[in-house]
Ligand binder design. Structure first.
Ligand code: BG6
Length: 503
């Protein structure tokens, strides 16, 4: 197993090949993340970056593009001005992903990279393309013999969405496993690269005091919120096919849930951790149609005001149908059928154009068994709550009661706070740094395994099926800049609970 200390060395020598080199993801995340890794001394000296795309460009033009992207997105130049070193290893391969010629050209470029940059025959193939292209690329790579590992390792990074539902995810898994070993496939989820998300494992398993209360005896319920101020930002056509359940819940949110709910793994070996994650997902009860109607809420944003600016309704966004049925908000009540969590609901909600950007996990504990402060006029004691703030603020806090100083007993809700700010200003990061480094190190812990993806689809597919067969009659159902449709509040109110809204 790779230890954390060993990880803090540069990744293995390799060629880093990106399909979709001129796309948004490459520009906004991958290139800046690689520059940041270099600034931290975590890129191998023996590296080649090969961009593959359809546009006619040469190496020099692509180098300028890469350097400009890194500058624009605030990536850090490496100490000693060696940012230029990264740019010097950038090359471009023009080609159509459907054509065999592209893979022949790539093969030649890889051979050249091995000679010029000493990449040792290792290669990462990053599919930063729309999902419709995944199959053609993987077939093309295999057809040209580029997935064979006889002279160096070959790893393929697959971006989400990984399938559209359970059946299509199965089909994609089959297709990939036809030409690749599971150990070569890195299904990436950028939420797992976030600092606070990585800290969840440390919080739970490096502190002995939480584990004894981390179960149905002490926890009343768990809330997970991924709220965005953003709308669909020019991705209307993609989003029409996706909706928030496919875009956020199936992947990012269920991953957050596994980190909260999984059993302690026996080691930090990737397979040990991923086994525990799958077990939790397998324990989540799949909803029957009548449960979907009761325990799943969907919404779509209308016009409104977000961060002081007027914004358009979803149906008025470019690329979106004026009668769209796509959900931009979802709230679900999930039940985990295992000994630890039986009877503890997990409430999940995510939406676009909400009041504030906020990703937060709240563990709400049970009330004290006896009310001892009645005489002081306290009729009900609010339960303790542990909040894990993922973004934009990165913090962990515990809400508890304290006596306000002075005569008599006056209780006040106070917070024990741990903020990441105590580590000083965090260097700019895209969230992809750790993940890209892990790929170069062959560490799969933070990547979705085939069975994990299927387990997540098993949970959300029944919801999507019911929703697609019953059009929503109330869309748009929430004003932009609010916390979503009324039905989301009712979902918790019915159980005598309410969402923990920030602020
Ligand atoms: C992406 C979704 O996976 O995550 C986007 O496709 C969403 O729709 C984004 O905006 C949110 O990521 P973050 O890191 O800003 O929370």
């Amino acid at each position: 197993m790779t230890t954390r200390a060993a990880r803090l060395r540069p990744g293995d020598p390799c060629a880093f090949v990106v399909f979709g080199a001129m796309g948004d993801l490459t520009k906004r995340k991958l290139l800046p993340a690689l520059y940041n890794l270099q600034a931290n001394g975590l890129l191998p000296r023996e590296l080649a970056f090969l961009g593959v795309a359809r546009r006619a460009l040469d190496d020099a033009a692509f180098r300028d593009y890469a350097a400009a992207a890194a500058r624009e997105l605030g990536a850090r130049p490496a100490a000693g001005g060696s940012a230029a070193d990264f740019t010097a290893c950038v090359h471009y391969v023009k080609g159509d992903f459907e054509e065999a010629g592209t893979y022949e050209a790539l093969s030649a470029a890889l051979a050249h990279a091995a000679k010029e940059h000493g990449t040792s025959g290792n290669a990462v193939f990053y599919l930063a393309t729309p999902p419709g292209e995944f199959s053609a690329i993987v077939r093309g790579l295999a057809g040209a013999g580029l997935t064979r590992q006889d002279a160096g390792w070959r790893r393929v990074v697959v971006e989400k969405p990984f399938g559209h539902d359970l059946d299509s995810a199965r089909a994609l898994n089959r297709e990939l496993s036809g030409v690749l070993d599971e150990s070569q496939i890195y299904r990436i989820d950028h939420y797992l690269g976030k600092e606070t998300v990585q800290n969840l494992m440390v919080f739970r398993f490096a502190n002995g005091m939480f584990e004894p209360i981390w179960n149905r005896r002490y926890v009343d319920h768990v809330q997970l919120t991924v709220a965005e101020e953003l709308g669909v930002e020019g991705r209307g056509a993609y989003y029409e096919e996706a909706g928030v359940v496919r875009d956020i819940v199936q992947n990012h949110m269920l991953q957050l849930l596994t980190l909260v709910a999984m059993e302690p793994p026996s080691t930090l070996a990737p397979e040990a951790v991923r086994n525990e994650k799958v077990k939790v997902l397998d324990a989540i009860r799949a909803m029957e149609p009548e449960q979907v109607l009761r325990d799943a809420v969907r919404g779509q944003y209308g016009a409104g005001e977000v961060a002081g600016k007027r914004v358009a309704a979803y149906r008025d966004e470019p690329g979106v149908s004026t009668t769209s049925q796509t959900e931009t908000f979802a709230a679900l009540k999930l039940v985990v059928d295992n000994w630890r969590w039986a009877g503890v609901p997990f409430y999940l909600r995510s939406g676009k154009r909400l009041a504030r950007r906020d990703t937060q996990i709240s563990i709400q504990f049970r009330r004290p068994p006896l009310l001892l402060f009645e005489e002081a006029g306290v009729e009900q004691i609010e339960p303790n709550r542990l909040d894990i703030l993922v973004q934009p603020e990165e913090a962990i806090s515990i809400s508890m009661k304290a006596k306000r100083p002075g005569p008599g007993i006056v209780l006040e809700q106070v917070k024990l706070d741990f903020s990441y700010a105590r580590f000083g200003p965090l260097p700019p990061a895209t969230g992809y740094e750790r993940l890209l480094h892990d790929v170069m190190m062959g560490d799969t812990e933070l990547f979705h395994r085939a069975d994990l993806v299927l387990a997540s689809w098993r949970i959300v597919t029944p919801v999507l099926d019911v929703w697609s067969s019953l059009p929503a009659r109330d869309f748009p159902s929430y004003e932009s800049g609010t916390w979503g449709p009324a039905a989301s509040f009712e979902l918790l109110a019915r159980d005598g609970r309410r969402w923990v809204n920030p602020g």
